[in-house]
Design a protein around this ligand. Structure first.
Ligand SMILES: Nc1ncnc2c1ncn2[C@@H]1O[C@H](COP(=O)(O)OP(=O)(O)OP(=O)(O)O)[C@@H](O)[C@H]1O
Length: 752
């Protein structure tokens, strides 16, 4: 009689056979499309290219799910339970849904409602299941099965093996590669509930370090894209992380879950055309991040709409005329009353001013006895418009502005800044001082975006073209959806991607790339990771990216260490939920979920980090670690007379590599020490060392606490903890971040 393991091997083998057949189909269709003779009109050629891309994408996505295609099985109490699709006693759960040739489900996508019992069922609440089985695969072969039983009747059966949390422990203790992997096979019940929480509104997920917030946020993005296809396909999902290295760390998770169309952005990349990587000194970053910058920018824009104080002489096609300040002031006032953004208001201002100037010119000529009819008036109006003097006059009063120019001027012209910040101290003004031409910082990004909002489209023609393009894309998407329906590849390919291929202007762009390029794109959902770090100005930017206010906000208030970050979620979210008079609750609430189990860090390191946090006055939410490791935290001191900590750090790294040389290790030190430690370690370990921004896949990374945010390593060496604490008013939070990065070992190197 075949064993249970053999039976599972056969079943999973059949699933892979089905996967291969689907791949072969896609491959054959791709070859056929490519073979079709070149020719036809442009439309048919671009359609053929679009289909070729569709098959390529399908193949790539089927390839992505090859690893651990199926990972679980539910045994049902009622084999015909209508809430769980399929028939028979068992439901297999995997990365995608598969049907056999008769269209019967043979594998359930982990995201369908019927699969939730796999993650959430307990003996107390079995959710229609009698037992849950975890399948561990190596390559395509099932190597282990573990069962959890909810129905006492099954306990006596000898084909059931009780193995507890083996799959989870195997995942948690696996060596880290520098890239985050999905946790789809071992999602825990408290995490699953958050992943499947409703799309609408603002969901805040608070949890200490290592509680799986990032993992949950990414799986939630995949879940929402799958379950709300209709709504999110058109608008997309934006995932925001703290830095580029963090994005590199997480970038493989969503593709491995079959979702490639999500826009990932760092805080420095949220304004199209600017990729800011450096940040300002803490005091400047705190000021730039504060809500008062929104008022300042509003005043700055308004101060660029200014009537002259003296009469101006202008020449219009040989005729001289004196323009009183009141004429310009009146046109300004009328245009401002319309409440348009600056550049759009300028069009109105020009129109009002030109009409008034033409009237004055006509009156002046008539006053001299010239007869002027309607046709003459039109010609005169054109003369007024073309007059160089008039153009200078109107441009001086209301010049078109780009966000970049506005911000550069604000930083580089102290007198102008002083004139609109009368209540500021000179020290605060000095914090903004900056020479022209210097690269924008991460804190400038939300200011550029705010300015763009106040200024409106720089060139109104661009606006009209963009609208026309959006219309065309809508038609293309409808066509593509019909095509997908005919090909039965639903769920694997995005109609927007194919539509992108139909659209002549965007042949090589995916919908995600188009969204990332478009500042005014309204996303259907936004996921913000390490959200405790965001400044009020960054929250204002994100609010504009999602007018529906559908957000997943994940973070840990205790880890907040950036200069403009908030001290509570209520405060942090004020930027997302502007209080409207008389509508205190209208769209103004958010819901909180908490994660309490630390999956990353062994208990002895958690205890050490929490004790340090308390001793430095940091309020933390204690978390419970799921495991202990065999290594105690090591404390090392740099000998008293030695100035340079590098040799001690090199020895600490050597000692750690002697324990286990195969994993990833991070040296986390105060910012000023990073460069010298990088040099010393690179010399000691040639070819093995990288700084955080270049690569996390090298075995050894040298990072500051800020760049280590959200990352994890098998081993961590924290250098000069007192120096980290002393660096800023939130230095204690930075140290807590640093000490909670390891999955196995922590060494702390203190300076004497
Ligand atoms: N259910 C799970 N199964 C397997 N691994 C898990 C699970 N939950 C979390 N992990 C792992 O635990 C580690 C920590 O998760 P994650 O980085 O999401 O935590 P975090 O709460 O975002 O941490 P931090 O706040 O420190 O950045 C990751 O390696 C993640 O893959």
């Amino acid at each position: 009689m075949p064993s249970e393991l053999d039976r599972e091997r056969d079943y999973v083998g059949a699933l892979y056979e089905r996967l291969d057949t689907l791949k072969d189909d896609a491959r054959a269709r791709l070859a056929e499309t490519r073979r079709e003779t070149v020719g036809g009109n442009h439309q048919s050629r671009s359609e053929r290219d679009a289909y070729a891309r569709l098959y390529e994408d399908t193949l790539a996505q089927l390839g992505e799910v090859d690893d651990r295609l199926a990972f679980g099985r539910l045994e049902l109490t009622d084999p015909d339970d209508p809430s769980i699709s399929g028939s028979g006693r068992y439901r297999y759960i995997g990365r995608i849904g598969l049907r056999d040739t008769d269209h019967h489900p043979i594998l359930l996508d982990w995201r369908v409602p019927g699969a939730s019992a796999f993650y959430q069922a307990t003996a107390a609440t079995p959710m229609g299941a009698r037992a849950r089985r975890h399948l561990t695969l190596q390559g395509r072969e099932v190597t282990r099965i573990e069962d959890e039983v909810f129905d006492p009747e099954l306990l006596g059966r000898d084909d059931v093996q009780l193995q507890g949390e083996g799959a989870l422990m195997a995942a948690l203790t696996a060596q880290r590669t520098g890239r985050m992997t999905d946790i789809v096979a071992t999602i825990q019940a408290e995490q699953d509930r958050i992943i499947r929480s409703a799309l609408d509104g603002i969901l805040v997920v608070q949890g200490g370090p290592g509680t799986g917030k990032t993992a949950v946020a990414l799986h939630r993005a995949a879940f929402l894209l799958y379950s709300h296809r209709e709504r999110l396909r058109g608008s997309g999902v934006l995932v925001v992380g703290p830095s580029r290295s963090f994005l590199r760390y997480i970038e493989q998770v969503l593709p491995s879950l079959g979702e490639s169309g999500v826009v990932l952005s760092s805080l420095g990349g949220l304004y199209p055309g600017v990729e800011a990587t450096a940040d300002d000194a803490p005091a400047t970053a705190a000021l730039k991040g504060s809500g008062q910058m929104a008022d300042l920018l509003r005043r700055a824009v308004r101060s660029r709409q200014i009537a002259p104080t003296e009469p101006s002489d202008v020449e219009i096609d040989g005729e001289r005329m004196t323009v009183q300040p009141g004429l310009v002031a009146e046109a300004l006032k009328r245009a401002q009353e319309r409440g348009k953004p600056h550049n759009e208001g300028r069009v109105l201002f020009n129109r009002y001013a030109l009409a008034a100037l033409t009237r004055q010119l006509v009156d002046q000529l008539r006053g001299r006895g010239t007869t002027i009819d309607d046709a003459d008036e039109l010609v005169l109006r054109e003369d007024v418009r073309q007059s160089y003097d008039v153009r200078v006059l109107l441009n001086t009063a209301w010049i078109p502005l780009s966000p970049e120019k506005l911000l550069e001027d604000l930083y580089a012209r102290p007198n102008w800044l002083a004139s609109i910040t009368q209540r500021w101290s000179p020290e605060d003004r000095a914090l903004l001082r900056r020479a022209r031409g210097e690269a924008f910082t991460i804190s400038d990004v939300p200011l550029l975006d705010e300015a763009a909002e106040l200024l409106g489209e720089f060139d109104t023609k661009v606006d009209a073209e963009r609208r026309a393009l959006k219309q065309q894309q809508k038609r293309d998407i409808e066509n593509a959806e019909r095509a997908i329906e005919n090909m039965q590849v639903e769920g694997l390919v995005d109609a927007r991607d194919i539509a992108g291929n139909f659209a002549e202007r965007a042949v090589s762009l995916t919908s995600a790339e188009r969204a990332a390029d478009d500042r005014t794109w309204a996303y259907g959902h936004v996921v913000v990771d390490e959200a405790q770090e965001l400044s009020p100005m960054q929250w204002r930017l994100l609010a504009r990216r999602c007018p529906l206010r559908s957000f997943t906000v994940v973070g840990d208030i205790a880890q907040a260490s950036s200069p403009a970050s908030a001290t509570s979620w209520d405060r942090a979210l004020q930027g997302l939920l502007p209080r409207r008079r008389g509508a205190a609750q209208a769209g103004g609430s958010w819901r909180l979920e908490e994660l309490t189990v630390n999956y990353r860090t062994p208990s002895q390191i958690v205890e050490y980090a929490e004790a340090t946090a308390r001793s430095t006055g940091l309020e933390i939410t204690p978390s419970r670690s799921v495991r202990a490791s065999e290594w105690a935290v090591r404390e090392v001191s740099v000998p008293g007379r030695v100035q340079d900590p590098a040799p001690t750090v090199v020895s600490a790294v050597e000692a750690d590599c002697a324990v286990d040389s195969g994993g990833t290790l991070a040296v986390i030190a105060p910012e000023p020490l990073v460069t010298s430690l990088l040099a010393a370690l690179s010399a000691a370990f040639p070819g093995l060392v990288a700084d955080g921004s270049s690569s996390l896949t090298r075995p050894i990374s040298v990072l500051s606490p800020a760049t280590s945010k959200g990352l994890e390593f098998d081993s961590v060496v924290v250098v000069d903890p007192a120096g980290i604490v002393a660096r800023s008013s939130r230095g204690n939070a930075s140290l807590y971040v640093a000490e909670t990065r390891p999955t196995q070992r922590l060494t702390v190197v203190s300076l004497a």
